[in-house]
Design a binder for this molecule. Sequence first.
Ligand code: SPV
Ligand code: MN
Length: 654
Amino acid sequence: MSYYVFVYKYQNLHRNTFVAGGIMNPKYDELLRDKMDEASYGKLTALNNRKLYDFIGKFAAHCNPTTIYVCDDSVEDEEYVKRMAIKKGEEKPLAKANQTIHFDGYHDQARDRKNTRYIVYKENLGRMKTLNSVEYDQGYTEIMEIAKNNMEGKDAVVRFFSEGPTFSEFTIPCVQFTDSWYVAHSEQILYRKAYEHFMKMENKDKFFRFIHSAGRLDERGCSVHIDKRRIYMDTQNNIVYSQNNQYAGNSVGLKKHGMRLAINQSRHEGWLCEHMFVMACVNEEKNRKTFFCGAYPSACGKTATAMIPGELVVGDDIAYLRNIDGEFRAVNVERGIFGIIRDVNPKDDPVIFENLQKPQEIIFSNVLIGPDNEPYWLGMGDDTPAEGENHAGPDWSVGKKDSDGKEITLSHPNARYTMPLERLKNFDHESFDEKQGVKVQGLLYGGRDSHTTVPVEEAKSYREGILLKAAILESETTAATLGKEGVRRIDPMANLDFVSYPLGEYVQNNLDFVKEIESAPKIFSTNYFLLNDEGEYCTSNRAKKVWLHWAEGRIHNEFEAYETPTGFIPKFEDLRELFASILGDRYEEEDYDFQFAFRCDMWIAKLERGIAWYREMDPHTSPEILEFWENAKSGIEKAMAEYGKQIKPGTYKR
Ligand code: SPV
Ligand code: MN
């Protein structure tokens, strides 16, 4: 009998004594016994955790679900959650076994930045104002009013998960309390189960708490009160309140909500939580495996880079970075992918595509269900049906318009799939659950940048990488968030939506993180979105693999490079060779000259935008950082006076 089964059984026998012994809170006891069956109550109390018990008790009373089911790590509970998601109408079975579809409401298809706020104690509010914060009492009162009785008539569920591997230096235990069985189902695909971790952990106070309610649902199982959609984060007490939504970026506690709490925690503990994939570049010829982390804003090629065929993937969205024995080490916080399905097709994304065709556990969201009960999406390649059920309703057909007169696409551009990573044939089984993480040697930063940065460039040092490649990364907005697409904005480390403390300090912490690291990773920028004079992308999707392998070679001191004012770029000969050997493609010098020209005027404007932005977003940004950017700008102005607006690759000399 395992330890926790023992405690659970023991406690069921002696429950009254146990509770009367003062460990649990008598205030909630009757209420919880009323809403939970014996088994659920036993699972909760067996954890012997007063803070946890109070959290569940408080929101059981406040949100008032009819019943509460508590899960442990068993397969039975996993299966129960899956069945309930279907029974409650939040998911429907598709044609292939174990595949289901979930729809979010038509106006709940992406992260809601506007209604995602930090609730901050008065004394800390000053520097937090630019990060969408409200004063604590005001925010708390508002969210509690919205949450009041929001689970009425519903059945809720409590699940325990871990951010990162369990029982490791990286672990952050989390509890999710939700009335959405789709949320609970998504989380059991996306995160490591942690009931056992909760049972055995020594510090019983240190965990994240997520309370979520989808609120009232319509006949399609979608949240009705979108006007009352709120996501309020309290980093002071490590709790996130999310109400009246289902889209996973708004609802799933362990994803972007836990990330914001972890960023705050890392601030105080000297590590980093980044919006990064973790992957290994495999060099078969040299028989080596080099780990990279990469930060890209949502829908800008992050998953596609993490999944490049022939490489190994550890994670595709969130990484924790720690200095372990002087090494820069990373873990994937998750164990599944919540990936954008648009343009997943056999040519551009073969690994994912192949998996989406198999009869295995996958939740599709906001795609089209065709007459054959199979899922279809934008950019999948095949002939797609002209009618079916989609995110806009049960009766979609080509040409249908929404109430604003906008044509409704076959699937939403931000439609997704949720599946475990371990299924993928390029999954790095060996490294994934390493308690110490993997040793990282390269960092990639990339945005959707139509006209400034080159396809790949190495920073001259870690410091220059953080300041020139990461902190002033710019990107044009995408369908992953509500609002207008294509608006250029600065997105430090591709992490702006999640940084939960003042930005200047966050940049400084990124710099300081490597202070005691013996060999800091090399930093590279990539840009997959550079446009040619005709306004078309001037590099192919597959070229990512070449940029990655050039970076890998540089880490191992194998390629020479040309200097630019902001770093080092590849030589044409090396790229020609890599395009031929890796992709079997011919790479033309004319394309190289265009792609790798250093655009002085664009860079000067970029630095000016960056400096002005930091002055506004965090006036406390360190003067040395601002001065660094000013100096970089003067250097480029000098270069422009000498070379003209564009510097041909290979001609620049400092
Ligand atoms: C992102 O938008 O960065 C995602 C998906 O990874 S979400 O869960 O919406 O954050
Ligand atoms: Mn993300």
